[in-house]
Design a protein around this ligand. Structure first.
Ligand code: GLY
Length: 305
């Protein structure tokens, strides 16, 4: 059994490990662990601790993928709802659909008993508004948000806050290979913007026969390259895990228009190998690893692409 997750998973990783150790279903265990990440305000990228969109509304994205059946449940730009990875799991279990967004996702949440939850954390609200005060002229601020938002979109981007995800991957010979994600998305995003975390093939993909991948950071790049699907498809075509990631990195590297920044790729194969690779993110990137031979999860350093 193998579990990896990015560093932001710290509030829930051990909980997922405990559930896996006691034989829980892998997706149930990852969704429960992500629920703890989503409710921890110190994680400034997911759930309560995350960032609102440009007009100050929280819009959360999350997904799960069962690599054995290739069933997916996904929610995007969901207002006022936590735990959102669990909501994605319920989409997979209860609906003939793969993805719900916005008010439809909120309606579904109410139907199955999720309370309306004001997920905007006071400190996120303060930082959000202070940035607007810096970037928006006083006469526009007085009318805000009834002003054109598109011209603001580039000016207000804060590269420090374009990361915003937690990803979990589990792999087990008997239980299969699965993926789960959750994020508040890009801070000050245009309302309705979806990142890669709810998009199968971009922010995550799993196929128990070959492996799985999930990405953090710049969804605007992994959506253009279908990065997670590329890695799993390459392994299906016979690439090793390392070569599959190299191929995905080459594709990211070919992009030279649009918003370009860093991407971190997390991937596992069906032989029990894993790799976490940092493409262009500044600073050291680390991730959580647990294998059933380990008594405790370990924080490891990602490789540079
Ligand atoms: N990878 C997170 C996002 O782009 O929203």
């Amino acid at each position: 059994m193998l579990l990896i997750a990015n560093k932001e998973a710290w509030p829930g990783f051990a909980h997922t490990v405990d559930m896996l150790r006691s034989g829980a279903n892998s997706l149930d265990a990852m969704v429960a662990g992500i629920g703890k990440v989503e409710s921890e305000v110190k994680v400034r990228s997911v759930g309560y601790g995350g960032w609102p969109n440009m007009i100050g509304d929280m819009e959360l994205d999350a997904a799960v993928m069962d690599g054995t059946t290739r069933d997916v449940g996904s929610v995007g730009a969901v207002p006022n709802t936590l735990p959102v990875a669990r909501l994605a799991h319920e989409v997979m279990k209860r609906l003939p659909h793969v993805m719900l967004t916005g008010n439809g996702a909120r309606r579904f949440a109410s139907e199955i008993g999720f309370p309306e939850d004001d997920v905007l954390f006071e400190d996120s609200k303060r930082v959000w508004w202070e940035r607007l005060e810096k970037e928006v002229a006083p006469e526009d601020l007085a009318k805000f948000p009834n002003i054109p938002l598109a011209p603001l979109s580039k000016a207000i981007t804060d590269p420090e806050r374009v990361r915003d995800t937690t990803v979990f991957l589990s792999a087990d010979a008997a239980r299969g290979i699965h993926a789960a994600t959750s994020t508040s998305g890009w801070a000050w995003k245009y309302p309705g913007r979806l990142g890669d975390s709810p998009i199968p093939g971009a922010g995550f993909y799993a196929d128990s026969r070959y492996g799985a991948a999930a990405c953090t950071h710049t969804g605007e790049m992994t959506m253009r390259c279908s990065t997670s699907r590329t890695i799993v498809l390459a392994m299906k075509l016979g690439y090793s895990l390392s070569d599959a990631i190299k191929l995905a990195v080459e594709e990211l590297n070919e992009l030279d228009t649009g918003f370009l920044a860093g991407v971190v790729i997390h991937a596992v194969d069906a032989k029990g190998n894993h790799e976490v690779v940092n493409f262009r993110c500044e600073g050291e990137i680390s991730y959580w690893l647990w294998e059933d031979s380990m008594s405790e999860p370990e924080l490891r350093a990602a490789k540079q692409a």
